[in-house]
Design a protein. Sequence first.
Length: 401
Amino acid sequence: MLYISAVVPDTTSGGRFAMYRHLVLKQDFEVAVAGTTAGDSPIERRFVIRKNRLIERLRRTRLSRLLYNLEYLQNWIMVPQPLMQFAQEFRPDVVVCVIEDWHMGLAWQIATRLNVPLVVNFQDLFCLSQFVPDKIRPFPWLVPFLVNRYRMLNRKAAQSFYTSEGMGNWFGQDRRGDVLYPVGDFSTFSIHVVKPKPQTPIQIVYAGNCYGAYGRMLLRLANTVKERSDIHLQIFAAGNDWPLEKVKEMTEAGIYKGFKPFEQLKSDFQQADAFLTVMSFEKAEEPFMKTSFTTKWLDYVPYGKPVFVWAPDYSTAYQFAHQHRAGIAVSEDDPVALVKAMIDAASNLDTWQAASGGARNAAETVLNAEKIHALFVDRVNRVCRQSQDTPNIDELQELAR
């Protein structure tokens, strides 16, 4: 497998961690990784795409956004020769790409030139997201082009994966792949017996993104619960964009806990009474909320504790919670309403136990890590077998002679 994407298999973020679990913790494939961030991956066979010094210098100026946008176009018509040579020497049976705007054109070109199947994984619609930093964000005039490329890759790839039902639905009548939820922890452990009632104060843990719209939501919630004695919120995040005085205030209050590697987070998950996942209510983020999925959900549910879902009713998180009874959903853009739902659930044993059971059931079924990985392996192997059974152009010409 030749893996080409900026979403490289490592442990620094949700999407990357999912691919790390598929390709590093599990070793069903011989993998080489290529991309601008390939050096971050522990996979030994890798190729880092580098730019010349002038381009790198210009990236640190106001021209950065223009350069990135031009590269989004360029990467559909040109492949760096060293990258092509790396791919040819590796001789992959399949090219896999987690779709994002910079690398997807390269993955398409390399798969086409090598005449091997392309597998695409739609985790996010990056060109429609407000979370993308300004310096690499597509200009409005380029967004339709990138959206059309997403749709083209979905139609022409040998296999498409969608991170949620909403992502699959976004493709409408062209939907043709499988929902592949981000894979959670493979570690097998006995789900802890849930306490008859949560402790006081209720220990609520959030682990994930604390930037942009999510950061603004979490800061509103932190302000709401800061002086309360019945709820203790803990936010674990790899950074934030809060005002410095708020970071200091929430750190001193024991709410903002900063970053912890996943293995260290497990002890905090064990001590928690319940978990929180959020999705933005901001109108500009609506397409993203309808298609993306909150990756930490996969890590929450094996603990068999309630998951509170603060999200609009059109979001994948809200709809997943209702469809699978896997969370207590609050669709009001008001932290007071969320806090009320937490207090009400904690005071009602039947509600608390039902939410705990819903989490356990999700961990054993739709969000079961082994089952998600088995689907990934099966579909990739299937397209490889189908490719091997189909004569390529050179073989057909030889047969004709």
